[in-house]
Ligand binder design. Structure first.
Ligand SMILES: NC(=O)c1ccc[n+]([C@@H]2O[C@H](COP(=O)([O-])OP(=O)(O)OC[C@H]3O[C@@H](n4cnc5c(N)ncnc54)[C@H](OP(=O)(O)O)[C@@H]3O)[C@@H](O)[C@H]2O)c1
Length: 264
């Protein structure tokens, strides 16, 4: 039996579902895999102390959420995989004397949409989530309410437009990465523009989880295949657990456990 001491760092962190899903994993699959673990929350005040706290708490692994993903990248001893390009880390793992950083947010999104057949993608929004997804998607364009955040994409050759500059093309997959619809009933694009984009698309993913947002409702009405953000949350967790245990897992089996506990 190997033991794993895990936590999520963030501020605020009380709302996080990570302890729920990962503790459930250990309860349901721990014995058969020969692992024991417990997963808790830690509200960090100062991101510069992330590695120090990780070591002080005797953790073997951690997830990192807003607002410390950049600090996790900066203070990890080493960063592996797509996180090197992204410059943000959401998973820290103790490997010998080192604290190693990974990112499972964007790879988790890809796992969540693996049954969709798409060639080109429109990301609505230009915040942290859109930035992360832009590293794992090809043939991607960005549209955002304002122009302030577009340079990050343009510098990397990704076409990026404000609403005023945007002329919709044909996209197979449309992803809402904005918080429009999270606590209100707004669409992430003006309605005529949203309809124009959706009428030529096959799939709509909203990364907001826990509710059916107005853009999900509109896309359903227009006949698209629709997915909410729960699946991205689930698969980033599955991939993080693989890093914590340092071994591949039966992903679909673990994902269905996480689905089961999240749906209560
Ligand atoms: N499923 C998951 O695992 C997962 C993971 C991470 C985040 N999320 C969700 O993703 C959402 C965004 O997170 P984030 O960290 O990327 O946020 P962020 O960095 O704060 O960026 C927010 C983006 O949304 C746009 N926006 C906000 N309100 C809008 C509105 N009413 N209409 C149109 N655009 C609007 C902003 O446009 P401006 O630039 O014009 O302000 C900006 O581009 C949150 O709802 C969060 O819950 C889900």
């Amino acid at each position: 039996m190997t033991s794993h001491f895990l936590a999520i760092f963030g501020n605020p962190v009380a709302h996080s579902k990570s302890p729920l899903i990962h503790n459930y994993f250990f309860k349901k699959m721990g014995t058969q895999l020969g692992v024991k673990g417990c997963y808790t929350r830690y509200q960090l005040e100062n991101g510069e102390e992330i590695k120090e706290k990780f070591l002080q708490l005797g953790l073997t692994g951690a997830n990192v959420t807003i607002p410390f993903k950049r600090e996790a990248f900066l203070y990890a001893d080493r960063v592996e995989g797509i996180a090197q390009k992204m410059g943000v880390v959401n998973t820290l793992v103790r490997r010998g004397d080192e604290v190693v950083g990974y990112n499972t947010d964007a790879p988790g999104f890809l796992e969540a949409v693996k049954e969709f057949k798409f060639e080109n993608v429109l990301l609505i929004g230009a915040g942290g989530s859109a930035k992360a997804l832009s590293w794992v998607l090809e043939n991607v364009e960005v549209v955002n309410r304002s122009s302030g955040r577009l340079d990050y994409f343009k510098k990397r050759g990704i076409p990026a437009y404000s609403w005023e500059e945007f002329t919709p093309k044909s996209y197979d997959l449309v992803v809402n990465t904005t918080s429009a619809g999270l606590t209100d009933n707004s669409l992430p694009l003006p309605e005529p523009m949203a309809r124009e984009v959706l009428k030529r698309a096959k799939y709509l993913v909203d990364i907001i989880y826990g509710k059916e947002t107005p853009i999900m409702q509109l896309a359903k009405e227009m006949g698209l295949q629709v997915k909410g953000g729960e699946e991205m949350l689930i698969y980033q967790g599955v991939l993080a657990m693989e890093h914590f245990l340092n071994r591949p897992l039966p992903r679909e089996k673990v994902a269905s456990l996480y689905r089961e506990i999240l749906r209560g």
